[in-house]
Design a protein. Structure first.
Length: 111
């Protein structure tokens, strides 16, 4: 306590995450990718070429990249969802400036 004021730590949301990085959906997504990879490894007996090996391992690699943490976003999946939402939804930006005349014009234009 500093003169009656509390300091909130910057990483207080991390305590809600599993291992401080993942939520339940992230672990379910990554777990399903790993399980799919294990099933494919047991079904494909001979891995003669790199192409077949990459196809077998790709579910774990793709889901691992999706749950990889990023700096200003929770993970890559959150970034991709934000980018998709930004480009696919209709954007309307309303100017709320400091000028009184701009606000007066908006009120008159509605009439």
């Amino acid at each position: 306590m500093n003169n009656g004021k509390y300091l909130i730590p910057a990483n207080s949301k991390r305590s809600l995450l599993i291992f401080g990085l993942f939520n339940k959906f992230d672990l379910i997504l990554f777990g399903s990718g790993v399980i799919t990879t294990l099933i494919l490894m047991s079904l494909v007996q001979s891995v003669d070429s790199w192409v077949i090996l990459m196809l077998v391992v790709s579910p774990a690699l793709i889901t691992g990249l999706l749950v990889f943490p990023l700096l200003h976003y929770h993970n890559v999946l959150t970034l991709l969802i934000s980018v998709w939402t930004f480009y696919t939804t209709r954007q309307r930006f309303i100017w709320k400036g400091w000028c009184v005349k701009d606000e007066f014009k908006e009120e008159n234009s509605k009439n």
